[in-house]
Write a protein that binds this ligand. Structure first.
Ligand SMILES: [Zn+2]
Length: 143
């Protein structure tokens, strides 16, 4: 389970709309100590909109130097990286085979579907420990 405030949810949707028709991506910052062992997303850290035009055309992939910058920022605010988010322009908010190949267990993967420029479904996924597939992760919406 991941606790997500309306503000972060809206920011993820807005980022997906801004980067449409490209995929947006970023980090979910917060803690692993939510109620019942869930995660808390306290802040998002957008990555793709800091990229040059050419890089935006490539698929969702966070480069090591981008991840390190995000980790430094998270540490400065006392947060952990609890997951990642990205958008699926004109596709459902369901992980692709590519997403499965590039994921790690233990993190939350939030996907927002952006249909014709408008953010719609937003779902969270977690990889099974055996890495065979994702299962949907419950989102606890808070204000
Ligand atoms: Zn994807």
């Amino acid at each position: 389970m991941i606790q997500l405030a309306a503000r972060q949810r809206n920011e993820i949707g807005a980022h997906g709309e801004r980067d449409y028709p490209y995929e947006c991506c970023g980090l979910l910052l917060g803690s692993f100590s939510g109620n019942g062992g869930g995660k808390v997303c306290s802040e998002i850290y957008p990555i793709s909109n800091a990229r040059e035009e050419e890089a935006k055309r490539s698929r969702f992939l966070i480069r090591p130097e981008e991840l390190m910058r995000g980790e430094k920022y998270a540490a400065s605010k006392g947060f952990d990286i609890v997951g990642f988010y990205h958008s699926h322009p004109d596709h459902p908010a369901v992980p692709s085979a590519y997403d499965l190949d590039h994921a790690w267990p233990g993190y939350s993967y939030i996907i927002v579907a952006v249909k014709v420029g408008r953010a719609e479904d937003l779902l969270s996924w977690e990889m099974q420990p055996d890495r065979s597939r994702f299962k949907e992760d419950e989102i606890l919406n808070v204000s």
